[in-house]
Design a protein around this ligand. Structure first.
Ligand code: ZN
Length: 86
């Protein structure tokens, strides 16, 4: 049970060899030092890996290049909120 929780939090990788490059990661935005293996800053939520960008982050970046995608995402988001409310 605890292992599952830790793995979900990205702290522990069960059944995988330890990555020697794993070390505390410092956030580029707020300089918070996160535990090794963290994918996101626990303080500001910024992606620490550069790969695992959240959808929101990608949207911000692509804002002007893909306005259609942004609008579709916002509509989807609003639909989801409305369906939860009812
Ligand atoms: Zn941060």
């Amino acid at each position: 049970m605890d292992d599952v929780l830790l793995e979900t939090a990205g702290v522990k990788r069960v059944g995988r060899p330890t990555n020697p490059s794993m070390k505390p990661v410092q956030c580029q935005d707020c300089s918070t030092v996160n535990v090794m293996g963290s994918q996101f800053c626990y303080r500001c939520g910024r992606s620490l890996t550069g790969e695992g960008l959240t959808k929101m982050e990608r949207m911000k970046r692509d804002d002007y290049e893909n306005p259609d995608e942004l609008i579709a995402f916002l509509q989807e988001f609003r639909k989801e909120r409305e369906s939860k409310r009812s």
